[in-house]
Design a binder for this molecule. Sequence first.
Ligand SMILES: Cc1ncc(COP(=O)(O)O)c(C=O)c1O
Length: 366
Amino acid sequence: MIPLARPTLPKFSSIEKKLKGIFKSGMLTDSKYVGEFEQRCADFLGVENVAAVSSGTAALTLILKCLKLKGEVILPSFTFTSGVNALFWCGLTPVFADINPKTFNIDPASIQKKITKKTAAILATHVFGNPCEIEKIEKIAKKNNLKVIYDAAHAFGSTYKGKSVFCFGDASIVSFTPTKVITTAEGGLAVVKDKNFSRILKLGRNNGDSFNRAEEFLGITARMNEFSAILGIEGLKIFNINLKRRLRIINLYKKELAQVNGVSLQKLEHDSFSVYKDFTILVDEKKFGMSRDDLLQKLLKDKIQTKTYFYPPLHQKITCSKLRKSLLPETENISSRIMSLPLYSHMPEKYVQQVCTLIKKSYVKK
Ligand SMILES: Cc1ncc(COP(=O)(O)O)c(C=O)c1O
């Protein structure tokens, strides 16, 4: 089987000494390696205020809670389910905007149309690591006095106009699950603009400081543990090497698939750099001669694993059935035709040839 994804891990020998150390000391959580990982992430991303937490969803939930938002939050439906889940946990109402069918990112023009008196914030995903139209989003937010949060779960290392995507907005989140370009097994990062906000977040991940009679607010247990932080520290040291390999694989895919009739690829905005958490193709059934779902089955029969990120889109899920109905034609169009191909940073390049050869063979000439 060619798997969809595999974590590209640091050598065990590079983490062994630190692991032995925490076994000896018994300091398994919220200790020096979490602090070190936070500092290294901040340096790497060129930001100041970060808090390492137990997951990307925990980071988002805490940010929403700490911002004390009320009302509606505009987000894409073409994203992972944790976006709406975090909003529901915080008593906020999701309002879906449509996406740009070329970049798969939230469309600023659609955001504009969804703004009401109740809108409190925009929650925009950098889909598959591809930076969204930050300048336009922030202009809309400023004009309407809205907070901006970026779901950068996929985008650790991505840049927009030469700057880390984490330099923008009021806050951003990262996810470090094993399918991401860098992993801590489970884990997440909250990146925030405001220093005081970062202090509150750190209390928030610790139950709002459960040892203090005067708790500032209701937090949750969302600390990162030391094992994860060690994995993250060593993972950061090999990040650039892994990214280079990953981009080589991406370029190979692009070269192989560029001329296939009925297959198109995600586009990046000018001046954007993506770390490509996923490599996705769009299948146009009429031109390709086969539907996305049939191609997926065909690849699976040949032991090639793929995934339909993000299908179904969030507005079609049961959890969202009571929300105000929205017309999201581009989201539905892209979601029904998209497919992620196998990709991980240490993936053998011959796998790309295998996958692409099979895709090309599946093309039905009329
Ligand atoms: C776009 C997006 N946002 C948020 C998350 C949530 O991250 P976590 O699984 O670490 O909670 C994910 C997870 O993959 C994701 O893909």
